[in-house]
Design a binder for this molecule. Structure first.
Ligand code: DGL
Length: 276
């Protein structure tokens, strides 16, 4: 059910465990320049990638409830970990449509693979959930999936080491084996990873296409808004509002520059627990 207070001019809420979801915001800005976007990064509780389903569900629900309470017309879960583990619950409890990044990532991977062998990189929680492998196999039975948990990559991104020998060494450890196999599509199954795309492409080799779910997620959101008659009127110029649950450090600036994101003052605000 759609709350009566949301209209086509209401904002789209986007959340992530931290700054990684800004890669999805960047794609949304390109695809839907007329939409107001309200982004909340849960930097006080990042990383989600090593946490349990119950915790990830609770964090996701607390953030989404806050943003829907403030009038968002749709929630975009710009975090693979929260999409893999929290999305079913959010779809159950929220009164607005919810889109995640797994389904768009699966669609993009299926479009990219010729050999029918897809590699998926993600956090421990995302890979442990089996969400990508299940969704890929449901969409194309018989597809082969190699799933790799890469817990060192988020800290390397958060340290800004996009191009660094430490990052190259970690990526080599995670993906070198793929070079001798026939996987030809590699899903960057964490919204931090597109910031490592250059290093990842070198490590994976030229036979592997990197799949970023962000662009496909933005197209899915656009389609869904059209279906619901909720797309912002054409000609409108959308705004971007960034907030975090803890003080962002200089790294936010680095990411905003890398992604070309213009936004006003960055706010810090807490997320109240569900029962308050
Ligand atoms: N950005 C999150 C994701 O897409 C990973 C970061 C974290 O572990 O919280 O999975």
């Amino acid at each position: 059910m759609q709350p009566t207070t949301t209209t086509a001019e209401s904002p789209i809420a986007v959340f992530d465990s931290g700054i990684g979801g800004l890669t999805v915001v960047s794609a949304l800005r390109r695809e839907l320049p007329g939409e107001d976007i309200v982004y909340l990064g849960d930097t006080a509780r990042v990383p989600y990638g090593g946490k349990s389903r119950g915790t990830i569900e609770r964090y996701s629900e607390e953030i989404a409830a806050l943003l829907v309470g403030e009038g968002a017309k749709m929630v975009v879960v710009a975090c693979n970990t929260a999409s893999a583990l929290g999305l079913p619950r959010l779809r159950e409890v929220l009164s607005v449509p919810v889109e995640g990044v797994i389904e768009p990532g699966v669609e993009a991977a299926l479009a990219a693979t010729v050999t029918g062998h897809v590699a998926v990189l993600g956090t421990k929680a995302t890979i442990g959930s089996g969400a990508y492998a299940h969704a890929l196999q449901a969409a194309r039975p018989g597809i082969r999936v190699t799933s790799l948990a890469c817990p060192l990559l988020v800290p390397l991104v958060e340290e800004g080491l996009f191009e660094d020998e430490l990052t190259d060494a970690a990526l080599h450890r995670y993906v070198a084996a793929l070079r001798s196999g026939d996987a030809d599509a590699l899903v960057m199954g964490c919204t931090h990873y597109p910031l490592l795309a250059g290093a990842l492409a070198r490590a994976a080799g030229p036979a592997i296409t990197l799949v970023d779910s962000a662009a496909n997620c933005a197209r899915t959101v656009a389609r869904r808004l059209d279906q619901l008659g909720l797309r912002a009127p054409s000609g409108r110029v959308g705004s971007l509002d960034l907030s975090f649950t803890d003080t962002p450090d200089n790294f936010l600036q680095v990411v905003r520059l890398a992604l070309g994101l213009e936004a006003g003052e960055v706010k810090v605000r807490p997320v109240p627990p569900l029962d308050q």
